[in-house]
Design a protein around this ligand. Structure first.
Ligand code: GAL
Length: 695
C-alpha cells in the first residue's frame, strides 16, 4: 500500500523546498506526485529541457525513502506553444476558444498538440523511466475535467466526419442508421455533417435551449469525443512505453465527469486511477470504488484524494474533517482495494487559481492536526499492510455500466427526477447496507458463468446490444442470478429504439413483456404492494413499467387505481438461473425487502449481519488467504455507534488500538475508549473504524 501527497517543488523557494522536504521526510508518506502543471519549468522553450529541479526533487525525496510519481504536464500547454499555435486551443460548443491562462485549454485532436504531448512524455520517460526512485507515470491531469471533453474546433469537426465515414462507409448508411429522414435531417455528403452543439458534458449542456438534435448523431459524437481523448492518451503511452517498464496511468475522474469511456481508456494503462473528493462529514459513497475495481478488475490508485477542508478552487469552502475522519477515509479506500492513496495536496498554495486551498499543511508550513493525522495514518497503513496484502475483496455482485446508456439517458432523461448515476449509487448503497460489495463492470463484459459474480444487475441499461442480450442469457442459463430494472434494452447502439416488445431480446429471460410505461410524478404516485407489505412509490420512483407476465411470477403489483393488480416486479426461472425484472425504482422498506429476497436466493446474505446496520456505518468483508473472513467496520457519523454482529471476532487493527495478528479473543479491558468489541456488539466512536478477524 502506497500513501502520499501531491507536491509542487517548482513553486518553492530554496528555504520552502528544504522545509517541505523535512516535513515530508517525517510524515511517513511513501510516495509523492509531481509535475502535472510544470511544462514551462521543464521546457522553457521548444526543445530546451530544464529537468534539473525535478532531478533534485526526486533524489531528495528518494533519500528520504519516498518514491515519485511523475506526471506529464500536458494539462497546461506552455505559453510559447499556445502563442505559436493558437489553433491548439480548445473550442467549446459555443465556438469559443479557451484562451491561454486557465488549464486544460487544449484540443485533444490537434496533430500539433498531440505531437508535442508525445514528445514531452517521451522525454520524461527517457530521463526517469528507469530511475530507482520513480514509481510510475501519470498522463495529463483529469482528462475532460472542467468541461474540456467535447472540443468543437475545426480539427475535431473534420475528424468527426472521418470517424463517421469510417464507421458507415456511405452517407446513405449513416442516414439509415440514425433515422435522418426525421425532420429532414438527411445528409447528401459527409462534409454537411457537424458535431451537434448540445453535449451531455458537465458545465456545457443545453447550449441552445429546446433545440432537439438527432439523438443518434449526438450519441455518435459522444463516442467519437471519448475515442479522440483515448487516442490522445495512447499517443503518449506509445511514445513512453519503449523508454520505461514502470506503470503508466492517468488520473481519471471516477463517476464524476463521465465523458471518457474508462473501460476503453484503461486498456492501454496499467492501473485504473482516479481522483476522489468525498465529504468527510458524511458516509463515503462506495460506488466510485465499486466502479474503480471493476474497470480493470484489479486494485486501483487514488492519485488525488481529499485532504481536509478550508478554501477551494470554486471559491466556496469545504468543511473540515472531524478528528479521525481523514484517517478513516484512507483506511476505507484501502479496504475497498485502493493500492495507492495520495492526498491533494501537501502545502497550501499562496498564489494562483487555487490560492489558499485546503492541503495537509497550511501556507505557513506549520504541521498541525491534519499533518499529524496523516503521519498516524501512514503508521496504521503499515500495520494494515499484511492484512490487506494477504486478503481479497471478492465481490460477488456485478453491476453493469455502459457509457452509451448513460449518455443516451442524459440526452433524453425520462423524468427530471431520474439520473442514471444517482440510481447506480442507490443500488450500490442498498447492497452495501447488507454488507455486500459489488463491482461495476463494463456492460460489454458480462461474465460467462456465475463462478465469480453470482448476481448481475442491470441498472436502466436503456442501450443494450444484441450481443449483450445473448451473453446475459447464457450467464443466467448457466446458473447466474440477474436483476434488471425498468428501461432495460430499449435501444440499440445507434440510440434507435428496438421495434419489438421490451425488454428487447430478453423477454424469454424475464418471462414477460413491458405492457405500458409511465413516468412517476408527484401527482401520479401510486402504491405498490407485495405479499405482506405495501409501499408508496414516492417521487423517487421516477418511472413505472407495468408488466405482462408470460411465465414470470409477480413479486409486487400496483395496489390502487385503474392499474390495480398489474405486475411491477416479477421473477422468473431461466435455465439453471433466476431473473428479476423491477419495473419501478423501489425505495425504503420495499427496496430492502426486495434485496433481502434476491440476495437470499443467490446465497449472498452475510451470516454475520443479521440486524440492519446503523445509518452511517459500513461493513466490508475481505477474505484472508487462509480462508478467514476479515471484517472492516466504519462509523461515518458524529455519534457513537454499536454494530450487532453474529459471530466471534478478534480485533486485528483499530483506531488508536492494535493487537497482533493472532491475538487471543479480545479482552475488552485492553481496548481504547474509541473501539471496543464484545461477542455480539462492536462499539465505534465518531469516525472510528476497526478491522476484525473472524474466529
Ligand atoms: C482536482 C485537480 C487538482 C486540483 C483539485 C482541487 O480536480 O486535478 O489539480 O485542482 O481538483 O481541489
Amino acid at each position: 500500500m502506497e500513501y502520499g501527497v501531491s507536491w509542487y517543488p517548482e513553486h518553492k523557494t530554496a528555504a520552502d523546498f528544504q522545509h517541505d522536504l523535512d516535513l515530508l521526510g517525517a510524515s511517513g508518506f511513501t510516495v509523492v506526485r509531481m509535475a502535472e502543471f510544470a511544462w514551462t519549468c521543464l521546457e522553457p522553450e521548444e526543445g530546451r529541457y530544464t529537468f534539473d529541479w525535478l532531478d533534485q526533487a526526486i533524489d531528495a525525496l528518494g533519500d528520504r525513502g519516498i518514491r515519485s510519481i511523475l506526471c506529464t504536464p500536458t494539462a497546461c500547454p506552455p505559453a510559447w506553444l499556445s502563442a505559436e499555435h493558437p489553433d491548439i486551443l480548445y473550442m467549446d460548443n459555443r465556438g469559443v476558444r479557451r484562451p491561454h491562462g486557465g488549464r486544460r485549454s487544449y484540443c485533444y485532436s490537434h496533430p500539433v498538440y498531440r505531437e508535442h504531448a508525445a514528445r514531452i512524455g517521451a522525454e520524461m520517460a527517457r530521463r526517469y523511466g528507469r530511475h530507482p526512485h520513480v514509481l510510475g507515470f501519470q498522463l495529463d491531469n483529469e482528462p475532460a475535467q472542467e468541461g474540456t471533453g467535447r472540443c468543437h474546433c475545426p480539427v475535431c469537426q473534420d475528424a468527426f466526419r472521418i470517424w463517421l465515414k469510417r464507421r458507415f462507409g456511405s452517407v446513405e448508411a449513416l442516414n439509415q442508421a440514425g433515422g435522418m429522414v426525421f425532420w429532414n435531417q438527411t445528409y447528401t455528403r459527409f462534409d454537411q455533417v457537424a458535431l451537434p452543439v448540445n453535449t451531455i458534458e458537465v458545465q456545457a449542456t443545453d447550449l441552445i435551449q429546446a433545440y432537439f438534435e438527432n439523438p443518434s448523431l449526438r450519441l455518435w459524437a459522444e463516442r467519437f469525443a471519448s475515442e479522440q481523448q483515448i487516442e490522445f492518451q495512447n499517443i503518449q503511452v506509445r511514445a513512453m512505453r519503449p523508454e520505461t517498464d514502470k506503470p503508466i496511468t492517468t488520473n481519471a475522474t471516477g463517476l464524476a465527469t463521465n465523458s471518457i469511456d474508462a473501460y476503453a481508456s484503461c486498456r492501454t494503462l496499467d492501473f485504473y486511477a482516479f481522483d476522489y473528493y468525498p465529504s468527510l462529514l458524511d458516509p463515503i459513497s462506495v460506488a466510485p470504488y465499486a466502479f474503480a475495481r471493476g474497470v480493470k478488475r484489479q486494485p486501483f490508485w487514488l492519485l488525488e484524494f481529499v485532504s481536509g477542508g478550508g478554501h477551494r478552487l470554486s471559491g466556496s469552502g469545504r468543511s473540515q474533517a472531524w478528528p479521525g475522519a481523514l484517517q478513516q477515509s484512507v483506511v476505507h479506500a484501502a479496504a475497498n482495494d485502493a493500492a495507492l492513496v495520495a492526498h491533494f495536496q501537501f502545502r497550501t498554495f499562496p498564489f494562483g487559481a487555487e490560492q489558499l486551498n485546503y492541503a495537509i499543511v497550511d501556507a505557513d508550513g506549520v504541521p498541525r492536526r491534519r499533518f499529524r493525522e496523516c503521519s498516524d495514518t501512514a503508521e496504521v497503513l503499515r500495520k494494515l499492510s499484511p492484512w490487506l496484502d494477504n486478503s481479497a475483496l471478492d465481490s460477488r455482485v456485478a453491476l453493469l455500466f455502459d457509457y452509451d446508456a448513460l449518455w443516451a439517458l442524459h440526452m433524453k432523461p425520462v423524468n427530471p427526477d431520474f439520473t442514471p448515476l444517482g440510481y447506480l449509487e442507490q443500488l450500490v448503497r442498498e447492497l452495501a447496507s447488507f454488507g455486500v460489495s459489488a463491482d461495476i463492470l463494463d456492460a460489454r463484459q458480462i461474465p460467462e458463468t456465475p463462478k465469480q459474480y453470482r448476481l448481475v444487475v442491470l441498472p436502466a441499461l436503456i442501450v443494450f446490444d444484441r450481443e449483450s442480450q445473448a451473453r446475459l442469457k447464457a450467464y443466467a442459463a448457466s446458473g447466474g442470478h440477474v436483476v434488471a430494472s425498468f428501461l432495460t434494452s430499449v435501444k440499440n447502439r445507434d440510440n434507435v429504439g428496438y421495434k419489438e416488445p421490451l425488454p428487447s431480446g430478453l423477454q424469454d429471460l424475464f418471462g414477460l413483456a413491458v405492457a405500458e410505461v409511465d413516468p412517476v410524478f408527484p401527482h401520479t404516485v401510486s402504491a405498490v404492494e407485495t405479499t405482506g407489505a405495501t409501499a408508496t412509490c414516492g417521487q423517487t420512483a421516477s418511472w413505472l413499467e407495468c408488466l405482462e407476465l408470460d411465465g414470470a411470477e409477480a413479486w409486487a403489483v400496483v395496489a390502487e387505481g385503474f392499474r390495480r393488480g398489474a405486475a411491477v416486479v416479477a421473477r422468473n426461472r431461466f435455465g439453471a438461473g433466476q431473473s428479476w425484472y423491477c419495473g419501478t425504482r423501489l425505495s425504503g422498506a420495499m427496496a430492502r425487502a426486495f434485496w433481502q429476497t434476491v440476495l437470499a436466493e443467490a446465497a449472498l446474505l452475510v451470516p454475520e449481519l443479521t440486524v440492519p446496520l446503523p445509518e452511517g456505518c459500513q461493513l466490508l468483508w475481505r477474505t484472508h488467504r487462509d480462508g478467514t473472513p476479515l471484517l472492516f467496520a466504519f462509523n461515518f457519523t458524529r455519534q457513537d455507534q454499536s454494530i450487532a454482529l453474529n459471530g466471534s471476532f478478534t480485533l486485528a487493527v483499530g483506531t488508536q488500538l492494535e493487537q497482533t495478528a493472532l491475538s487471543p479473543a479480545l479482552d475488552a479491558a485492553s481496548c481504547s475508549p474509541a473501539v471496543s468489541l464484545d461477542k455480539a456488539m462492536l462499539k465505534l466512536g465518531p469516525f472510528r473504524w476497526a478491522l476484525l478477524r473472524s474466529l
